[in-house]
Design a protein around this ligand. Structure first.
Ligand SMILES: Nc1ncnc2c1ncn2[C@@H]1O[C@H](COP(=O)(O)OP(=O)(O)OP(=O)(O)O)[C@@H](O)[C@H]1O
Ligand SMILES: [Mg+2]
Length: 558
C-alpha cells in the first residue's frame, strides 16, 4: 500500500488509490473512501445539467469539441453545427451527455466515469494554483491577493484541468495570470521529458456561474455560425459556446499569421492556448500598460497605431472577422509587436451588427492612440481602409497604404481638426445597413454609385465586399488550414487600384505631403483622377449590381 495513503485523507492533492473494485456483471463496488473532491453520488438521480458534480460530459468524447469537425471553420459550418446538434440533442433541458449516452447501461456509465476520475486523481498535485507569480516589485500586490482568492476552481473545471494534464496538453497548472468577470486565465507549463524543455501555456477558464454572458447575446444572435440558436437559460451551454467561439476565432486569426495565442485544446469551458510572455512565464503587458522607452517614443506609438490598422484590415479581409471588443485591454505588447487576444465575441462581417462593432473598435483604438499623442486618421477613413475589398492585405503594403492615406488626407488648420471631430461624430452615429435587405432604396443608391457618388454611401465598401469577398473567403476556408494566405488581395479585381478608395474622399482642405507641394496642381490632378474614376465606375456598376443580385439570392438559398 501507498505509504502516503494517510496523507491522502488530509490533502486532495495527494495520490489516491482507485476507490472502486470492479466485479464482473455488477459493475464497480466502492472499496475505499472517495476523496470529497472526486465524489459522485452513486444511485442518485441522473445529474441535472447544472449540477456541480455532473462530470459525465467531461468524459464523454462526443461532447468534446471535435477538432476535425470544426477545423479552421472549413467546409460547411451549418452542416457541421447541425451534426453537433444531432449528437448533443438540442432541446432546452436535455443534457448533452444523456443524448449521446443513451444506449449505454447506466451502471457502466457511472462506473466508467468513476474509473476515469480515479485515474485522473494521480495528477491532482499538478494543479498548483498557489504558485501564482508573486509580484517582483512592480506588480500590484493587491491584485495578486485577489487572484489567489478568486481562483478557487469548481470541481468540473478541476476535472477538465486534470484531463488536460492527462492528455499531455500541459504538465502543470499554475496560478492565475488574470482573474476577471467572465474568465480567469491561468499560467501552465508543459515539460518535454525527452528534451527537458519547458513551454509555457495559458488556460482560459470561462466562468459558468455568471450572468453577464447573457448580455453577450448580441454577439451571437444573427451570426450564421450559430444560427441554430442557443439556450439562454442554460449557462453551462452558453459558456461552452463562448469558449468554442474563442477557439475557432483564434484559429482563424492564428492561421492568418497574425500574432495571437495559438489555440491548442478546448474542452467545454476550458481553453488551452499558447502563452504570450517571456521564457520565465511573465505575460506580456496589455497595450494599456506597455511602457515604451527610447528617444522616439512618439514615433513608436505612431508605428504601433499603423500596425494595428493593418491588423484590423487583415482580420477583416483575411479572417473574415470583426474583433468586436478591440481596445488597449485586449492587445498585448512586446518588442514593437502587437498581439491580439480575447476574441470570443468576434463576429463575421455578415453578422447583423458587425459594422457597428467595427465602428466601435475603430473608436476605441483611436481614443487610446490619441491619448498617447498619436496623430490619428478620421474614423471614416479607417473604416473604409479596413473594409475596402481592393488593396493589399499584407505587410508592408498595408503600411504603405496607410501612409498614402496620411499624405492625401485633408488637414491643416485647427478648424479642420474640429471638422474631423465633427465628421467622426457624424460617422459614429450614421446608420450603416448591414445587408442588402436593409438598403431600402437600392435603386437610388445604385444611381448614386453610377454617377460616381458611391463613396458618399457609408456602406460602399460593404456592398462591393459582400459581392466579391464571401466566395473568396469560402474558397480559402475550403483550402483548409493552409496557414497562409499568400494572395495579396490586389489581384481580386482586374482593375483594382490601391488608391481607388482613398483619393476621392479627400475633398476638403489642404493636402499635406511632399509629393504635392503645389496646391493647385494637386487639386487639378485630383479632379482629373476623380473624373477618370467616375467614368470607369459608370461601366463597372451594372456588373456589380448583377453580381450583387446573384450573390444575395445564392446566400438566401443556403
Ligand atoms: N495567451 C495568453 N498569454 C498570456 N497572457 C494572457 C493570455 N491570454 C490572456 N492573457 C492575460 O489574461 C488577461 C485576460 O484575458 P482575456 O482578455 O482573454 O480575458 P477576458 O475575457 O477579458 O476576461 P474578463 O473579461 O473576465 O477580464 C489578458 O489581459 C492578459 O493579460
Ligand atoms: Mg479581455
Amino acid at each position: 500500500m501507498d505509504p502516503a495513503a494517510d496523507a491522502s485523507a488530509a490533502s486532495p492533492a495527494a495520490p489516491h488509490q482507485p476507490p472502486y473494485t470492479y466485479t464482473a456483471s455488477q459493475g464497480y463496488e466502492q472499496t475505499s473512501d472517495i476523496p470529497a473532491e472526486l465524489r459522485i453520488q452513486r444511485g442518485a438521480p441522473a445529474p441535472s445539467d447544472q449540477a456541480e458534480d455532473d462530470f459525465d460530459d467531461i468524459f464523454d468524447d462526443d461532447a468534446a469539441f471535435d477538432d476535425e469537425e470544426w477545423a479552421a471553420d472549413s467546409g460547411d459550418l451549418t452542416k457541421s453545427y447541425n451534426r453537433q446538434r444531432q449528437l448533443h440533442g438540442d432541446e432546452g433541458g436535455a443534457t448533452l451527455l444523456r443524448a449521446s449516452n443513451q444506449q449505454k447501461p447506466t451502471a457502466n456509465t457511472f462506473a466508467s466515469v468513476d474509473d476515469q476520475i480515479s485515474a485522473l486523481s494521480k495528477h491532482a498535485a499538478k494543479i498548483r494554483l498557489d504558485s501564482v507569480k508573486q509580484d517582483g516589485g512592480d506588480k500590484d500586490k493587491d491584485k495578486a491577493d485577489r487572484a489567489t482568492s478568486d481562483q478557487v476552481l469548481d470541481q468540473r473545471t478541476r476535472m477538465i484541468l486534470l484531463q488536460m494534464i492527462n492528455r499531455g496538453f500541459v504538465s502543470e497548472v499554475h496560478g492565475a495570470i488574470s482573474t476577471g468577470k467572465e474568465a480567469n486565465v491561468y499560467g501552465a507549463v508543459l515539460h518535454d521529458n525527452s528534451t527537458g524543455e519547458t513551454t509555457h501555456r495559458a488556460i482560459k477558464v470561462y466562468k459558468t456561474a455568471i450572468l453577464s454572458f447573457k448580455d453577450r447575446e448580441r454577439y451571437i444572435t444573427g451570426e450564421y455560425r450559430f444560427k441554430s440558436g442557443f439556450d439562454k437559460g442554460n449557462n453551462r451551454k452558453m459558456v461552452k459556446l463562448w469558449a468554442e467561439k474563442e477557439f475557432r476565432n483564434l484559429r482563424r486569426i492564428h492561421n492568418a499569421g497574425i500574432l495571437c495565442p495559438e489555440p491548442i485544446s478546448l474542452k467545454l469551458h476550458v481553453l488551452v492556448m499558447g502563452f504570450l510572455g517571456d521564457r520565465k512565464g511573465w505575460a506580456y503587458p496589455r497595450l494599456r500598460d506597455a511602457t515604451l522607452s527610447g528617444d522616439d517614443v512618439e514615433q513608436q506609438w505612431q508605428k504601433l497605431y499603423v500596425q494595428l490598422l493593418g491588423l484590423m484590415r487583415r482580420i477583416y479581409q483575411v479572417c473574415r472577422l470583426v474583433h468586436a471588443d478591440l481596445s488597449e485591454y485586449n492587445i498585448l505588447y512586446n518588442a514593437g509587436q502587437l498581439y491580439i487576444i480575447d476574441v470570443s465575441q468576434s463576429v463575421e462581417p455578415d453578422h447583423p451588427r458587425s459594422l457597428e462593432f467595427l465602428r466601435m473598435d475603430i473608436k476605441n483604438v483611436g481614443d487610446f492612440f490619441r491619448r498617447k499623442g498619436v496623430d490619428t486618421l478620421p474614423d471614416r477613413t479607417i473604416f473604409n481602409f479596413i473594409t475596402a475589398p481592393e488593396g493589399a492585405v499584407e505587410e508592408p503594403e498595408m503600411t504603405k497604404a496607410v501612409e498614402t492615406l496620411y499624405e492625401t488626407r485633408v488637414v491643416g488648420a485647427d478648424e479642420d481638426q474640429d471638422q474631423v471631430e465633427v465628421d467622426n461624430e457624424v460617422f459614429r452615429n450614421q446608420y450603416i445597413p448591414q445587408t442588402l435587405e436593409q438598403v431600402y432604396d437600392i435603386e437610388k443608391d445604385a444611381q448614386k454609385v453610377g454617377k460616381g457618388e458611391g463613396n458618399d454611401l457609408v456602406y460602399s465598401n460593404l456592398l462591393a465586399d459582400q459581392v466579391v469577398k464571401p466566395n473568396d473567403a469560402e474558397k480559402k476556408e475550403d483550402d483548409e488550414e493552409s496557414g497562409s494566405n499568400e494572395e495579396d488581395g490586389s489581384g481580386d479585381s482586374p482593375d483594382s487600384d490601391d488608391s481607388d478608395y482613398d483619393e476621392s474622399r479627400f475633398e476638403k482642405g489642404t493636402p499635406r505631403g511632399r509629393r504635392f507641394e503645389d496646391k493647385d496642381e494637386k487639386k487639378a490632378h485630383k479632379e482629373a483622377v476623380k473624373e477618370a474614376k467616375r467614368e470607369k465606375r459608370k461601366d463597372k456598376m451594372p456588373k456589380h449590381l448583377k453580381k450583387k443580385i446573384v450573390s444575395s439570392t445564392s446566400r438566401k438559398k443556403k
